[in-house]
Design a protein around this ligand. Structure first.
Ligand SMILES: Nc1ncnc2c1ncn2[C@@H]1O[C@H](COP(=O)(O)OP(=O)(O)OP(=O)(O)O)[C@@H](O)[C@H]1O
Ligand SMILES: [Mg+2]
Length: 234
């Protein structure tokens, strides 16, 4: 589905990622974990056409994404729920979802799909007519994921969707992500700060430190490995 090969990328002349090789298969959840500033967001930005690519290739369903603009990446089937500024605060919940479907033009099924994603997140269904700025942090994260689904992606890029949530709300959101994977067959590249939660959700985990992947394994292989040590060079 997604193949990243030898990726060096950053912002302008600055290089943040120093040769990343990573793949995400069909209906697979791959979690990226690592310390602050490691380049996790930059990796998602690079896939989505929001970073400067210095070398390497990003392929999606065999097609090279290098040089594409975000709206072109969305059209190919990739949805992004970013870490920050992930909802439009002055638009209602429903308007946010409509914006998520903008690349679909006048597709008559958009309205049915809004009902469909609201079914998935009943917590925000009740708030559909309210401006997003009145939502709680957790509700905003749900809206960001729901909005990313509105382009009907086969690959979702999720950047710390559980950041700032209570353990209970975070666990619930991760269960939703699993449900999206299982019932819709969507693949997910998930950035998650909480190591335990990443191990629970993912089929595979990549540890990113200082712009390099220092470890890739299945969650069961990583059980009991002190990842904090791996993060800091242990
Ligand atoms: N838009 C930008 N322009 C220039 N430099 C940036 C930009 N965004 C991030 N950086 C720099 O790139 C490096 C990697 O940042 P990135 O946001 O990818 O880290 P991260 O792993 O997502 O961290 P966190 O866990 O804190 O979200 C940092 O040194 C950061 O200062
Ligand atoms: Mg980040």
């Amino acid at each position: 589905m997604l193949e990243v090969e030898g990726l060096r990328a950053g912002y302008g002349k600055m290089v943040v990622l120093h040769g990343i090789d990573l793949g995400v298969g069909g209906k697979e959840i791959v979690a990226v974990i690592g310390p602050n500033g490691a380049g996790k967001t930059t990796l998602l930005n690079a896939v989505f056409g929001l970073a400067t690519l210095h070398s390497g290739t990003i392929r999606y369903k065999g097609r090279v994404l290098n040089g594409l603009k975000p709206h072109e990446v969305v059209r190919l089937g990739i949805g992004y729920a970013p870490q920050l500024d992930n909802v439009f605060p002055n638009l209602t919940v429903e308007e946010n979802l409509l914006v998520g479907a903008y690349t679909r033009g006048k597709d008559p099924e958009v309205h049915a799909d809004i009902e469909d994603v609201l079914e998935l997140f009943p917590e925000i269904k009740r708030r559909r007519g309210q401006k997003a700025r009145f939502l709680s942090g957790g509700e905003r994260q749900m809206l960001a994921v729901a909005r990313a689904l509105m382009s009907k992606p086969s690959l979702l890029l999720l950047d710390e969707p559980t950041a700032g949530l209570s353990p209970k709300a975070g666990a619930a959101l991760i269960r939703k992500v699993k449900e999206i994977q299982e019932t819709r067959g969507v693949s997910v590249l998930l950035v998650e700060q909480n190591v335990e939660r990443a191990l629970e959700a993912a089929d595979r985990v990549a540890v990113l430190v200082s712009g390099r992947i220092v470890k890739q394994a299945t969650p069961s292989e990583l059980k009991g490995v002190p990842l904090e040590k791996v993060f800091f060079g242990g």
